[in-house]
Design a protein around this ligand. Structure first.
Ligand code: PSU
Ligand code: MN
Length: 317
């Protein structure tokens, strides 16, 4: 037997009660707070994202690690601290055991937030854009752990696709190869984070939340060991011009290559370069789409909760 009685999970009161009562909960990442957006926009956005989940009818649980525990739900004071303190590390799945054992604080990515969600029994997660296959991965081998974690964690994920700095065609190929369902909610195309379309059609489209909830539950009943990706695009008014952002991404990728930026810091480097090149329009679209996705996730998680209460599908309890 292990010397440890499992991984300590520390819940906020709101999340503990919601889980206890079987209400719908949506997990959220904290790396977007520490590494995705500058202070104080990051703190304000994190709160807006939580409110959007509530407006959709579910309870938000922003995830982080601290004092050797996985925190499921962060107080306003925790969010403010993570948003303003420099140096809190990005913690992906591979980093979790080390940061937990050492007791240091850490901000969870999509991948490690999915690990936490599953441990806590949370069935939904939302962020603006998942990590994916990087441009040039044929040479660099840089594929985000977010995708690998998708093959292992049974969580429904709502996002505006994957980050546009990535190779979205290859990201879709990876998801198909690994049997991850991808459904566009209320649109035909796989979106591109800041833009409404990536130019790739999504493999499926579902507009009705009840049907989508049924598809998520049926995936589990079939024994699907993977996540289930649901995409929703940025709104027309918040979207940015795809030609402009594409040019900025191409320049950022070239600069990263020239500066020898690889590995864990690459995503942040590219995102910040694109924000700068677009005079902050990219960062503003990022903030807006975080809220759009959280609202959709709240609505869908709530429809899923109602389905579970009405008629559990198959062996899916
Ligand atoms: N940088 C940002 N925004 C983000 C991220 C990094 O400006 O949202 C994140 C997310 O937490 C995502 C992670 O899970 O980066 C993926 O990182 P990588 O590509 O290194 O796997
Ligand atoms: Mn990487």
């Amino acid at each position: 037997m292990s010397a440890l009685a499992g991984v300590p999970l520390v819940y906020t009161e709101e999340v503990r009660e919601a889980l206890h009562e079987g209400r719908a909960v949506v997990a959220l990442e904290s790396n977007v707070i520490t590494h995705g957006l500058p202070y104080p926009d990051n703190a304000a956005t994190a709160r807006k994202v939580e409110d959007a989940v509530r407006a959709g009818g579910a309870v938000p649980a922003t995830v982080c690690v601290e004092d050797g525990a996985v925190r499921v739900g962060m107080s306003d004071a925790d969010i403010e601290r993570f948003a303003s303190l420099p140096g809190i590390p990005k913690v992906s799945s591979r980093d979790l055991p080390v940061v937990l054992a050492r007791g240091g604080p850490g901000a969870t990515t999509v991948a490690s937030s999915l690990v936490a969600a599953e441990l806590a029994g949370i069935r939904w997660f939302s962020s603006a854009g998942i990590g994916g296959v990087h441009r040039g991965a044929q040479q660099s081998f840089d594929i985000s752990s977010d995708l690998i974690q998708f093959t292992r964690s049974r969580v429904a994920v709502v996002s505006a696709g994957a980050k546009m700095i990535l190779d979205l065609g290859l990201t879709l190929e990876y998801l198909e190869t690994h049997c991850v369902p991808v459904v566009a909610y209320g649109s035909d195309d796989f979106p591109a984070f800041y833009c409404r379309t990536s130019g790739h059609r999504a493999p499926h489209r579902i507009d009705d939340p009840d049907t989508l909830a049924r598809a998520v539950e049926t995936h589990r009943a079939l024994g699907g060991p993977t996540s289930f990706l649901i995409t929703t695009p940025v709104s027309e008014e918040d979207a940015i011009d795809s030609a402009e952002v594409e040019a900025a991404i191409a320049r950022a990728v070239t600069a990263a290559d020239r500066d020898g930026v690889t590995g864990q810091g690459l995503t942040k480097y590219l995102m910040r370069a694109v924000d700068a090149a677009t005079d902050g329009r990219a960062a503003r679209a990022n903030m807006a789409v975080l809220v759009t996705c959280a609202e959709a996730a709240g609505r869908l998680a709530s429809a899923h909760g109602a389905l579970l209460r009405a008629a559990p599908v198959g062996s899916a309890s």
